[in-house]
Design a protein around this ligand. Structure first.
Ligand code: SUG
Length: 416
């Protein structure tokens, strides 16, 4: 049976705050702070555990080997090099698996297979190095070619940020959907990372019906305010689009275009007067997981804890719950360590609609599995990392020990 499976990225042992992402306000703000990789990974695992408890299917993608010596060699990084180049090779940014790939579930595609295109993440150096190793994991997890087709990333001239700029509307996850691709236009104060040509290429590669694809431009003001990915200002689940009123360049035009392809669309919109774009980006209200709870009690919005601490945002949530809209639960989760780098609950997961029986079980989680992973994290993940730790032999040794331990635990030694 086809169902939505959330593949969360396990937060890696080199998680640090190097301020590498121009246009990502949280990353820039926390630059140079001390990070806490162990706490970070445990926060992510607690979120996964919570989702399993809600009855949701949960998968995992592993951290990538860091430091990436290949990148250091290609850039001839030495003592004289810019520290940001060194930091890039140590980045744990693959934790944000919403950027790992774009996924088109089988009911949407011409050949009835689930199509996957790893994102080239070309705009940011530390992210552009991710895809080859990510792809190796995708190739294993979704190896069954009767059900999955994995493409090469689109050429890096066209920046592609994966599922963070992609939404799917459908009556049920196992029914044919309408896929919405949200791209940015360059020229603003911050880079527009998702290029229109990349979105269009992915739609063609996946064999989507052009009548069931919508291409929408991100609001340049949203990008300038720090919404470097569309999933910072909008999220969709089944027939619901939960969005800030300033997410798209032509908001009404976007609703009309989506509705033309998907008449059942239900928009839950937050206006600028209710919650400003700035506050929405600060609290990451829209970087929530919007999920359908299998017990029939409606949809839940899994939001960062920061939302609970904003009076404006929390009051809005309570008011929404008191009404009779489709979102029936708001569940705060503590992913503070990731949030400080601009990654909320939705960034940390890649949604795949598939029959779990067709996925390599080593990438699927149970509560027991999570307990085992937590054990390894508690034993081996570094307690904290300062910027001066990057590049040291001690941290490298610790990171490699951690990586080996997790591969061993999950029987994934072929990723070595
Ligand atoms: O690409 N942060 C990530 C956050 C990605 C969030 N993903 C989604 N919105 N789907 C990024 O900007 C910061 C790393 C640093 O500065 O060290 C970083 O890469």
């Amino acid at each position: 049976m086809l169902q939505e499976i959330n593949f969360d990225g396990l937060i890696g042992p080199t998680h640090n705050y190097a301020g590498l992402s121009l246009g990502n306000i949280a990353s820039a703000y926390h630059r140079g702070r001390i990070s806490h990789p162990k706490a970070a990974a445990l926060q992510g695992l607690a979120k996964m555990r919570g989702n399993i408890a809600l009855g949701l299917a949960q998968g995992i993608l592993l951290p990538l080997p860091r430091p990436n010596h290949g990148l250091l060699t290609r850039l001839a990084v030495d003592e004289a090099a810019d520290p940001a180049l060194l930091a890039a090779a140590w980045s744990a940014s693959s934790m944000w698996t919403a950027n790992a790939a774009t996924i088109s579930p089988a009911p949407d595609t011409r050949d009835n297979r689930c199509h996957i295109t790893p994102a080239n993440l070309a705009t940011m150096l530390h992210r552009a190095q991710e895809w080859p190793a990510t792809r190796r994991q995708l190739d294993l997890a979704f190896a069954d070619t009767r059900h999955f087709a994995i493409h090469d990333p689109v050429p890096a001239t066209f920046g592609d940020e994966g599922a963070a700029n992609h939404m799917r509307l459908c009556r049920r996850h196992d029914a044919a959907g309408v896929e919405v691709f949200v791209f940015g236009r360059s020229g603003g104060r911050f880079p527009a990372r998702q290029h229109e040509q990349a979105s269009r290429a992915v739609a063609r590669l996946h064999g989507l019906d052009p009548r069931r694809c919508v291409f929408v431009e991100q609001n340049p003001d949203a990008i300038a305010a720090g919404a470097f990915h569309n999933d910072v200002v909008a999220v969709a689940n089944e027939r619901v689009l939960f969005t800030h009123a300033r997410a798209f360049a032509d908001q009404e035009g976007a609703y009309e275009a989506i509705r033309a392809a998907f008449p059942d669309l239900e928009v839950v919109e937050v206006t600028e007067e209710e919650i400003s774009l700035e506050e929405a980006i600060r609290t990451y209200l829209f970087n929530a997981q919007l999920v359908t709870i299998p017990d029939g009690s409606g949809m839940a919005l899994i939001v960062p804890d920061e939302c609970r601490h904003s009076e404006t945002v929390w009051t809005w949530c309570q008011r929404m719950l008191a009404g009779n809209g489709p979102i029936r639960h708001v569940i705060p989760v503590d992913v503070r360590q990731s949030m400080a780098n601009g990654g909320g609950p939705a960034c940390l997961r890649l949604r795949v609609v598939a029959d779990p029986a067709t996925v390599d079980p080593r990438f699927l989680l149970t509560e027991d599995r999570i307990t085992q992973i937590e054990g390894v994290v508690r034993d081996i993940w570094p307690e904290q990392i300062a910027s001066t730790d990057l590049g040291t032999a001690a941290l490298e040794e610790q990171a490699q020990t951690a990586y080996r331990a997790i591969l061993e635990l999950l029987s994934l030694n072929e990723l070595r």
